[in-house]
Design a protein around this ligand. Structure first.
Ligand code: ZN
Length: 345
């Protein structure tokens, strides 16, 4: 039996789409999960969103024009980060430095999209390409070993978590060095809650968070990963540490509107990515490994959140979670990473 067949046979919450294999999940008699039962409802979400919109407006009034750029956008080239980049530039009138990381598995269409969006929007852009041999060793290790605690894997596969660590800390390093007051992410409202959509970083906190990701990766490749993280000098100086913001959590969000907005720049959906990513081919392989290892889809929580909060219908969520990854893409990734096909997936 294939992993995907097993997944679609799972009991899932009758209201959102979380499966019985999700850590800590409980169902009531009607088959509704504890997260749905605890959900306070759309009204309370709306009030919280308004509060965070005002908070962001106030921060912009305070910090706009105080750094080399107003915001660094972590720009994957996917639909949500393209949309967020447009919002920062057009709605908030910020000067933005967009930064993309090439992990060796960026879809060719995503490269074209990145170029089209930054050129049409008129923003500066940096492509960062870490050594592929180092990345491949990390991804390969993550495909074959557990290096993060289970809690870290509830919203992303361990391959994505490692890749995101490099994205997160190499962009933070750039923002600190260039004195940029905001780092923006394009997380969808399902990926990260409103309550975490504006976070003030401080050196002490960053140091602890960074260590939890740096140490496991250091174990794999040693000090080669140093350039992608902050070093002692960044913590010791009087540098300003930026705010993290993910504006899609407190703004209106609708996938159709997102696609329409970015089509203005010539953004086109890649045909080779899985339904949960609009930029990265590694994602398909990471999903297969995660399902095999942990028994639930790494996007299950995001999809369930989107359903619960009314952004996505449950049927679409379930079909995305049950869709089989493209075997050709998965095989391409395996070959490029030199991972043995032992999963049968
Ligand atoms: Zn539920």
């Amino acid at each position: 039996m294939s992993v995907n067949k097993a997944m679609s046979a799972l009991k899932v919450c009758t209201r959102c789409a979380l499966p019985e294999t999700f850590p800590g999940i409980k169902f009531n008699k009607e088959g509704v999960c504890n997260m749905c039962l605890e959900f306070k409802g759309a009204e309370s979400e709306r009030a919280k969103k308004a509060e965070y919109r005002e908070k962001f407006d106030a921060l912009i009034r305070e910090y706009k024009g105080t750094g080399t750029y107003d915001a660094l956008m972590c720009y994957s080239g996917g639909k949500d980060s393209s949309h967020t980049l447009a919002i920062l530039k057009e709605k908030y009138d910020l000067s933005v430095l967009a930064v993309s990381i090439d992990n060796g598995f960026v879809s060719e269409q995503a490269f074209r999209n990145i170029r089209a969006v930054v050129e049409n929007l008129g923003v500066d852009h940096i492509f960062l390409k870490p050594r592929f041999d180092i990345l491949a060793r990390i991804f390969r290790h993550c495909a074959e070993n557990d290096i993060y605690p289970p809690k870290a894997l509830e919203r992303a596969s361990s391959i994505c978590t490692s890749c995101m660590a490099i994205v997160k800390y190499s962009t933070l390093r750039i923002a600190v060095e260039k004195d940029i007051p905001f780092i923006a992410y394009g997380w969808s409202p399902g990926q990260a809650p409103v309550s975490s959509s504006i976070i003030k970083n401080n050196p002490g906190m960053v140091k602890i968070m960074q260590k939890s990701l740096y140490d496991p990766m250091y174990q794999i490749v040693g000090s080669e990963i140093k350039p992608y993280f902050l070093e002692d000098k960044h913590f010791k100086g009087s540098s300003r540490f930026p705010y993290y913001v993910h504006p899609l959590a407190f703004l209106d969000y609708n996938e159709e509107v997102v696609y329409k907005n970015i089509a203005r720049f010539g953004w086109k959906p890649p045909q080779d990515t899985d339904p949960n990513s609009t930029n990265c081919l590694l994602n398909s392989f990471a999903n297969v490994v995660h399902k095999q290892r942990l028994g639930f889809h790494p996007y299950a929580l995001e999809m369930a959140n989107l359903v619960r909060e009314g952004y996505l219908d449950r049927k679409t969520a379930l079909s995305r979670l049950n869709e089989q990854e493209n075997p050709k893409i998965v095989a391409m990734v395996r070959e490029k990473l030199a991972v043995k096909d032992s999963s049968g997936g």
